[in-house]
Design a protein around this ligand. Structure first.
Ligand code: UTP
Length: 297
């Protein structure tokens, strides 16, 4: 049986939704409380059993490589000051062996994946996007890997969204449903509510067979003039079955501002060192806001 051992984390996008913060800093380094979003993604890949990770970077993304590297001066300083808990945290992110490749121009997600084709070779592989963080008992990617092992075919992680949100996502056109699993008839990138074939949205986790590269090789532009991964999966579906799996767990959208703020608050609320104080503060804040709006009325 073929196992999924490699993962691509594309991180070469411009992060325009977070400008000006992302002018000189990668969007993937924005922290949820005190951990960069890309570290959550790397941890999920490792927890799922992935052995080799490649991050597709671009201009201005050096901070990602530095984050997963040793920082000798900082480590030495923390050691001398006996801040051993912080030292452990700093060292933790340098434990994983990560490969990097540059996408020379941000031509789209499909193009970013294509840039890693030589690293992948002729094996099935995983793709994890940093815009979605998933908290689940069984890591989200592992759930998809289990489906792959059963069907030996490409699997996309999906969750239902409200019909008003379809134009923010890739949406699947389902052929058949069996519990959490869909056989996919087609995929549409960001359809309007009226044109959406369903409300089942693609959520930034994929297991793909290497045949996807034959379609990405053609470098065809799709929505927004970008080389879209969704379009290549649609073509792949013409020759191989593609499945979609409604993964279990809570998914946080950290790729846009409001989702990022909500995620930060929820994660901080669950922390032992911050939760209680933050909860008290939020309670006070809500009371203050409510009485202010009552005065305005
Ligand atoms: P997004 O569209 O969410 O990311 O792409 P973005 O382009 O960085 O963000 P906005 O929309 O401008 O705010 C999904 C994923 O694909 C990667 C991004 O880094 C992100 O992880 N991507 C996108 C690339 O690696 N290369 C590209 O050319 C485009």
């Amino acid at each position: 049986m073929v196992k999924v051992k490699k993962a691509i984390i594309p991180a070469a996008g411009l992060g325009t939704r977070f400008l000006p913060a992302t002018k000189a800093m990668p969007k993937e380094m924005l922290p949820i409380v005190d951990k960069p979003t890309v570290q959550y993604i790397v941890e999920e890949a490792i927890a799922s059993g992935i052995e080799d990770i490649i991050i597709v970077t671009g201009k201005g993304k050096r901070a990602i490589e530095d984050h997963f590297d040793h920082a000798f001066e900082l480590e030495d300083n923390l050691y001398k000051k006996r801040k051993l808990d912080l030292l452990e945290k700093v060292r933790e992110s340098a434990q994983v062996d990560i490969h990097y490749i540059r996408q020379k121009e941000p031509k789209g997600l499909g193009h970013a994946i294509w840039c890693a084709r030589k690293f992948i070779g002729d094996e099935p592989f995983a793709v994890l996007l940093g815009d979605d963080i998933v908290q689940a008992e069984t890591p989200c990617l592992k759930q998809l890997m289990d489906v792959f092992e059963q069907y030996n075919a490409s699997v996309i992680g999906v969750q239902p969204v409200s019909m008003d949100e379809t134009e923010r996502y890739g949406i699947i056109d389902p052929l058949r449903q069996d519990g959490r699993l869909y056989e996919v008839k087609g995929l549409v990138e960001k359809p309007k509510k009226e044109e959406a074939p369903s409300n089942v949205a693609i959520m930034g986790r994929y297991i793909l067979t290497p045949e996807i590269f034959k379609h990405l090789d053609k470098q065809e532009q799709g929505a927004g003039g970008e080389i879209q991964l969704t379009d290549a999966i649609q073509k792949l579906n013409g020759t191989q079955n593609v499945y979609a799996y409604v993964f279990e767990g809570t998914r946080y959208d950290v790729g846009e501002k409001l989702g990022f703020i909500k995620t930060t608050i929820e994660m901080a609320l669950r922390r032992e060192d911050l939760g209680e104080e933050l909860r008290n503060y939020l309670r006070e804040l809500v009371e203050r806001e409510l009485s202010l709006s009552a005065v305005r009325r």
